[in-house]
Design a protein around this ligand. Structure first.
Ligand code: HEM
Length: 503
């Protein structure tokens, strides 16, 4: 009996050791982050900012890259701008390889599949050729975004009335419903109805999915996903991912008012949304069912979640910084309209600068490790990385680095972007090219939805400062998420309704 116990203990120790040891061919001239830092979420509720400050900032600012344990292996994490641009410009060596390549058996791979964001080579070219015209189209209708946003702001104000002027509204739930509603109308030709009605299953599933994915144990040891019969929570997690996929496909396929499929392709020229183009590609055999489903899911996820969390952070930052909120309100009220056009919003310098600054200090995608070296690589001729090493980046790290952004790098200063649109836009482009500013990534695999996301943020901020003034509930203490998308947790906001300035 003792022998058996001994063998089991020895076997388990060897297995754990093989899982957590740093491979001998990993780069020697960069430090490694202690493994417990990756596991902190198991026993602590430290936010990403605190973890970064305590364990990552110094080595990353000194060496530009570190070895870090994540998703069951050691990876190279990069923040120095010259390393970042080298990696982003050489997608043939640092190939995109998301969970579907790295951990194909896992819950997260089941959720996302092979899609336009995480694929590489011919598959990526195929998805891009189909979807890019729908995601980057110039003629997005602004009216549905404004309408949903007006409803959203009215709901925030009526919640405030309900709970009284001294308590804060917990904003995240409503923001999620707003973000899903806008994504549905602008990309999938469907009103999910989740803004006006709480607890729609498709929306409720998002909260469960986020909680399930970012569980620190499974996040770091996805090997455990191989044993759903052993871990009941994993069995449930797989079931949730399948439920989400099937429900989404069913809702989209049976959406009210769905037009007969435009097989000839006329729709592409006449304001077709990405879903119309994808349905045509499925019908014509350009995409198969699996590819269609994976890309449908990624549009749903990426086109709501990032905006959701950016708005969450904006409530916090502008609630805590009344001077910026007032200045923004002055710019907005000077327009004297309730229905701005996209052209008008894109000519508002302070509004634009506030959003760029938000994306600098609170990049929703703060850290991503989803590239693999497909050949031996030397990062900017300084760091040797062997083949089949996962490499990633930390946007928060480079964007708060004082060597990159100056002594006031950690302060929220929209004015740093400039005062007139030409100056602001030139800086926005320049900082991305240099690898200093990467909320949307940069170069070959830059976000295709950034134009839409910026417009959506401009609409919501315009409406919010036009109709409300908000402060942070004094009993709320800022706590950022500990992993995954970066955003404040449970922020509570007190709203005051303003008198309309528009006749
Ligand atoms: C504030 C909002 C958004 C942020 C912060 C954001 C951020 C990002 C980032 C960081 C990437 C690169 C991911 C990587 O390196 O693997 C990316 C890629 C992408 N995003 Fe966004 N995104 C936003 C909104 C959107 C929206 C609304 C869409 C619309 C569908 C979208 C579609 C895409 C696509 C298709 C890619 C893949 C591009 C490629 O690899 O060719 N994003 N986004």
């Amino acid at each position: 009996m003792l022998y058996i116990v001994g063998f089991v203990v020895l076997g388990a120790t060897l297995l754990l050791w093989s899982l957590i040891r740093i491979p001998s061919d990993m780069p020697k001239n960069i430090p490694s982050v202690p493994i417990y830092v990756s596991l902190l979420g198991l026993w602590s509720d430290m936010g990403q900012d605190e973890i970064y400050e305590r364990w990552l900032r110094r080595p990353l600012e000194k060496y530009g890259a570190v070895k870090i344990f994540f998703a069951g292996r050691w990876n190279v994490l990069v923040t120095r701008p010259e390393f970042l641009t080298h990696m982003f410009r050489n997608e043939d060596v640092y190939a995109k390889a998301g969970s579907q390549k790295k951990i194909p058996w896992s819950v997260i791979a089941t959720l996302v599949g092979d899609n336009i964001i995480n694929s590489h080579g011919d598959d990526w070219k195929l998805y891009t050729s189909v979807m890019k015209p729908g995601i980057q189209k110039q003629d997005f209708k602004i009216e549905p975004i404004i309408k949903k946003t007006q409803t959203f702001v009215s709901m925030l104000l009526s919640q405030q009335k309900k709970i009284g002027p001294d308590a804060g509204v917990v904003v995240n739930g409503l923001i999620q419903r707003w973000a899903i509603a806008i994504m549905g109308e602008s990309f999938l030709d469907i009103d999910f109805g989740c803004l006006e009605k709480a607890n729609q299953r498709i929306e409720a599933l998002q909260t469960i999915i986020k909680r399930t994915l970012f569980h620190p144990l499974y996040f770091n040891f996805p090997l455990l996903d191989k044993f759903p019969w052993l871990f009941r929570s994993r069995k449930r997690a797989f079931a949730i991912m399948h439920e989400f996929e099937d429900l989404l496909v069913e809702l989209v396929r049976n959406r009210p008012g769905k037009k007969k499929l435009d097989i000839a392709g006329e729709g592409a020229q006449s304001g077709a949304l990405v879903i119309h183009i994808m349905e045509r590609a499925l019908h014509n055999g350009v995409l198969n069912e699996t590819q269609f489903r994976a890309n449908l899911k990624i549009v749903f996820l990426t086109a709501h979640e990032n905006a959701q969390q950016l708005l969450n952070s904006t409530f916090w930052q502008l609630g805590a910084n009344q001077a910026v909120q007032s200045r923004l309100r002055e710019e907005v009220l000077a327009r004297k309209v309730a229905y701005p056009t996209a052209g008008m919003l894109n000519e508002m310098p302070y509004l634009t600068a506030v959003i760029y600054e938000m994306l600098r200090l609170y990049p929703p995608v703060s850290q991503l490790i989803n590239r693999v070296t497909v050949a031996p690589a030397i990062l900017a001729e300084q760091i040797k990385i062997p083949t089949r090493t996962w490499v990633g980046w930390n946007a928060y790290g480079v964007q708060i680095n004082q060597d990159v952004w100056g002594d006031d790098a950690r302060d929220f200063i929209p004015e740093r972007w400039g005062t007139v649109m030409t100056e602001i836009q030139a800086k926005y482009r320049r900082e991305q090219v240099k690898g200093n500013y990467i909320p949307f990534n940069a170069h070959t695999r830059r976000c295709l939805g950034s134009g839409f996301a910026l417009l959506q943020m401009k609409v919501v901020l315009f409406e919010l400062v036009r109709r409300t003034k908000w402060t942070i509930d004094p009993t709320y203490k800022l706590k950022l998420t500990s992993g995954g998308i970066l955003a404040p947790l449970g922020c509570r906001v007190i709203f005051e309704e303003l008198e309309s300035q528009v006749s």
